[in-house]
Design a protein around this ligand. Structure first.
Ligand code: NDP
Ligand code: 2IT
Length: 453
């Protein structure tokens, strides 16, 4: 039994070397939980956190496929079935060349807490592949998805494990994956979320993560009597989450001024408006081009190339009121966090998962800005996935306004749970502790109820 965080981390690192992102995610949670273990030694003696750090099951498999030239390609597929204490495993699939076991374990671990916060009955999981969809034809992506699902299908099901999208997996990929699942299982079920509207998808699911991150920012700002109206907002990424965060920011009267991809960022001081956003959606979702094209279309904007090997990104050094990191993990370094604070940012709502390094998180907390960590702020996506599952079970679908209303309510409830829990455990205003502890308690109590499994 571990009496402290250091002991736990030493064991986990020895047993799982070369998984730095997983260590980072676990360490943050373990630190938040110290006051919980002091008050509730029963969690420590039942070794709940040690059990939560060990996936219930890890699947790793070969994904062979043939490219358009007839050459054989081999990728690695994964599914981490992390925790099923409160519902079937639930979480996205990521297709990106950086995907490895440690990254998916960090994502699956965070998913357990996030899903618990949504108030819906979903356990946690994550999966994906080191397949790079960039530059591949639709036919190649289809053949890859079919091969991936040919193995994955034997492990998932609407009451077992329900994957969805994440980086590199959007509507196109979910379609190919669903088609192959249905063919092999001979069953039309809600085994994936993020489906097309004609075949079981939910309205607002594509919008949900970005909208949710903005709703969460609104809730945080309300506690200080502020609103998003007129606020200058930095947004990173230009994919699903970034696009719909920007759409909601525009609707609420804010001025989003940046977008990025892995090559660089665009700064449009005049603000990204609805017409410019429509251009970006076509560029990214239909033509699948690079964000640098934005400046070819809108001459007043500036594109700056970025270098991932440098310890800071100039995007985060621009003067603004709010920041919405919506690209990927550890995209805000310690230097970036200090730059954000120094240049006037007082609200950070994380659309991406773990976008801020540990030292950056500490800087935000010390500066007492409104900092909404990913597991709370981006829970809107999986929450609407949960609503998609509910609609599939009912064989009925809700109207757009109904789903959006439920999403808003869920984000407000997550916000209240974070605030109340942070306060109860002695760190008022600390959304990191609030989210980690509130997410933990429901899963931990369920695990105690269910015995040693
Ligand atoms: P998309 O694939 O739609 O977009 C990802 C964006 O992030 C692209 O602009 C991409 O640029 C950029 N990006 C990805 N990896 C890197 C990298 N290593 N370095 C720099 N830029 C990068 O993904 P989503 O919008 O769905 O996901 C964005 C984030 O939100 C992820 O952290 C994801 O886990 C999280 N998230 C997503 C949810 C969802 O419902 N989709 C739900 C909750 C969280 P490029 O095209 O150059 O790769
Ligand atoms: O990180 C996430 O929460 C997601 N990628 C969405 C997961 C889901 O099952 O909708």
């Amino acid at each position: 039994m571990h009496e402290n965080v250091a002991g736990l981390m030493e064991d986990v690192k020895a047993k799982n070397p070369a998984e730095p992102e997983f260590h980072q995610a676990l360490q943050e949670v373990a630190e938040s939980l110290e006051p919980v273990f002091e008050r509730h030694p029963e969690y420590r003696s039942a070794r709940i956190l040690e059990r939560m750090a060990e996936p219930e099951r890890v699947l790793m498999f070969r994904v062979p496929w043939m490219d358009d030239r007839g050459a054989v390609q081999v990728n690695r597929g994964f599914r981490i079935e992390m925790n099923s204490a409160i519902g079937p495993y639930k979480g996205g699939l990521r297709f990106h060349p950086s995907v490895n076991l440690g990254i998916l374990k960090f994502l699956a671990f965070e998913q357990v807490f996030k899903n618990s916060l949504t108030t819906l009955p979903m356990g946690g999981g994550k999966g994906g592949s080191d397949f790079d969809p960039k530059g591949k034809s639709d036919a190649e992506v289809m053949r890859f998805c079919q091969s991936f699902m040919t193995e994955l299908q034997r492990h998932i099901g609407p009451n077992t494990d329900v994957p969805a999208g994440d980086i590199g997996v959007g509507g196109r990929e979910i379609g190919f994956l669903f088609g192959q699942y249905k063919r092999l299982a001979n069953e039309f079920t809600g085994v994936l979320t993020g489906k097309g509207l004609h075949w079981g998808g939910s309205l607002i699911r594509p919008e949900a993560t970005g909208y949710g991150a903005v709703y969460f920012a609104q809730e945080m700002m309300k506690t200080r009597g502020e609103s998003l109206d007129g606020k200058v907002c930095l947004v990173s990424g230009s994919g699903n989450v970034a696009q719909y965060a920007i759409e909601k920011l525009i609707e609420l009267g804010a001025r989003p001024v940046t977008l990025s991809d892995s090559n660089g960022y665009v700064y449009d001081e005049a603000g990204i408006d609805a017409e410019k956003l429509a251009f970006v959606m076509d560029l990214k979702n239909v033509r699948r081009g690079r964000i640098s094209e934005y400046v070819e279309r809108y001459g007043s904007a500036v594109h700056t190339a970025t270098d991932a090997s440098v310890d800071h990104n100039p995007l985060w050094a621009l003067t603004a009121d709010c920041a919405f990191p919506c690209a990927t993990q550890n995209e805000i370094s310690a230097v970036d966090a200090h730059n954000l604070i120094a240049n006037g940012v007082s609200v950070v709502s994380e659309g991406a998962n773990m976008p801020t390094v540990a030292e950056g998180v500490r800087a935000f907390l010390e500066a007492r800005i409104l900092y909404g960590p990913g597991k709370a702020a981006n829970a809107g996506g999986v929450a609407v996935s949960g609503l998609e599952m509910a609609q599939n079970s009912m064989r009925f679908s809700w109207r757009r306004e109904e789903v959006d209303e439920r999403l808003k309510r869920i984000m407000a409830d997550i916000h209240s749970a974070c605030v109340a829990t942070a306060e109860r455990f002695g760190t008022p205003g600390n959304y990191v502790n609030g989210a980690n502890i509130a997410g933990f308690l429901k899963v931990a109590d369920s695990m105690l109820d269910q015995g040693l499994v």
